[in-house]
Design a protein around this ligand. Structure first.
Ligand code: HEC
Length: 171
């Protein structure tokens, strides 16, 4: 009886072994197939094809980046020009420092009245009378009392040319 049982177990083991071996074989077969696929894929000259493609991509990306940078540079320049166009023409440092805050960068007027278009003589008359106190304005008096007559003349002459300069800038 025991022998029968042992024989049965042995048969089962043998059967299991056969199934196991078959399973191993199938796995090995699959590995072989995979290996073959890998091997075959190596034969395809992927690098030769993909290298130029990658290079092209990199080049076009670099070009794109450069274009974007150019765009930014252009916009900055345009912005600067627009910001700069608030100042249509250059003024002396003296005018810029002492007068532009109230009369505008080009004498167009702000807190203080518009100066552009007024004659040199008129400006000088006004400045001199502010300074002497015959024309009363506390702000202008305070400012001009520390300035020399030469400064007043120079400023008058300069402001007298503002209109001409603006016209030239807009031409
Ligand atoms: C803090 C502001 C301020 C500053 C800075 C200033 N001004 Fe004036 N300016 C005025 C005001 C306000 C008036 C108007 C005064 C009035 O008419 O009584 C005026 C008037 C004048 C006038 C007379 C204009 C007219 O139509 O009669 C002249 C010219 C003038 N300023 C030139 C200058 C010059 C040149 C400078 C620089 C040295 C200067 N101002 C700086 C505020 C200023």
């Amino acid at each position: 009886m025991i022998r029968h049982i042992i024989a049965a177990i042995a048969t089962l083991l043998a059967l299991w072994a056969v199934v196991f071996m078959m399973e191993l074989d199938r796995k090995a077969e699959r590995f072989k197939q995979i290996e073959e696929i890998i091997e075959k894929s190596k034969e395809v000259p992927i690098p030769n094809v993909s290298e130029p493609v990658v290079k092209q991509q990199q080049e076009s990306e670099a070009e794109k980046r450069k274009e974007e940078e150019d765009e930014v540079a252009k916009k900055l320049k345009a912005l600067k020009e627009r910001a700069g166009s608030a100042m249509a023409f250059k003024v002396s440092p003296l005018y810029k420092q002492k007068c532009s805050s109230c009369h505008g960068v080009n004498g167009e007027g702000a807190v203080g009245p518009r100066l552009i278009g007024k004659s040199e003589d008129y400006i000088y008359e006004a400045l001199a009378s502010f300074k002497s106190g015959s024309r009363k304005n506390y702000v202008m008096y305070g400012l001009l009392s520390k300035m020399s007559d030469d400064d007043l003349k120079a400023l008058s002459t300069e402001i007298g040319t503002f209109k001409e300069k603006l016209d030239a800038a807009n031409r």
